[in-house]
Write a protein that binds this ligand. Structure first.
Ligand code: F6R
Length: 232
């Protein structure tokens, strides 16, 4: 794991942007994307850049179950606002929060098989989840339905009018699919991510710390601000 310590999110977004640009120059075509506050500055850099994604493919990590695609808190809506409306891709894929579990797991795994990810963007939960793979998720999982933990619901309620409106379940790409990406760029900002980052980088590889599996991946860059790096 390569660690890049940056001053803030803005600088982190620029570093991640540069890595993506370099990967594109080397032929990257499929991008695994994350939502949440962490990649926002990266998406701003991409929106404002002259990079052309019109022949590229985006495959998102996860989606809440039960939200319509155009719900203001759906990840589909988030991605359109943050990136896709300004930077059209040839194809964009996000789990369908209204599909049944059986259909969606199969459909999404087929998409992932057909489109091996060149660069995977990740944030990390305070409990070290990646995608919505909460602690305890087996490392060999593919797309699956997840019950969000209380930590995650608490962390994500800021986007909803009330805690009750946060969905209890999500579909997420599995850890096996994340690990299959050629290159992984994980970003983390702020003190509340420091412990998760420390365990991810230095801790034992354990399903209790989902991101710790990244120690086994050959090409991971973790971009952190000083607060998130403070326990390293
Ligand atoms: C989002 C995702 C999650 C987030 C994580 C951090 O698609 O997969 O793992 O990356 O919950 O969220 P933020 O960036 O809001 O702190």
């Amino acid at each position: 794991i390569k660690i890049e310590v940056v001053k803030n999110k803005e600088e982190g977004g620029k570093v991640a942007y540069r890595l993506i640009k370099e990967a594109m120059e080397e032929g990257a075509e499929v991008f695994g994307l994350a939502t949440g506050s962490t990649p926002e500055m990266l998406y701003k850099e991409l929106r404002e850049s002259d990079l052309d994604f019109s022949d590229k493919i985006a495959v998102n990590l996860d989606e809440y179950i039960g939200l319509e695609a155009d719900h203001p808190q759906s990840y589909e809506h988030f991605m359109k606002e943050q990136l896709f409306n300004d930077k059209p891709f040839k194809e964009t894929h996000i789990p369908d929060g209204l599909a049944t579990e059986e259909d969606e797991n199969e459909r999404y795994d087929e998409i992932l098989e057909k489109n091996p990810i060149d660069v995977q963007i990740l944030g990390i939960g305070t409990n070290a989840h990646i995608g919505f793979n909460e602690p305890g998720t087996p490392f060999d999982t593919k797309t699956h339905k997840i019950k969000l933990t209380e930590d995650t619901i608490q962390a994500n309620k800021r986007y909803f009018e009330s805690e009750d409106e946060v969905p209890d379940y999500a579909y997420s790409m599995g850890i096996a699919s994340i690990m299959a990406a050629k290159k992984i760029i994980l970003m983390a900002y702020g003190k509340n991510k420091a412990e998760a980052i420390e365990k991810t980088v230095n801790g034992p590889v354990s399903e209790d710390v989902p991101a710790s599996i990244l120690q086994k991946h050959p090409d991971v860059v973790i971009i952190v601000d000083e607060e998130a790096a403070s326990q390293l």
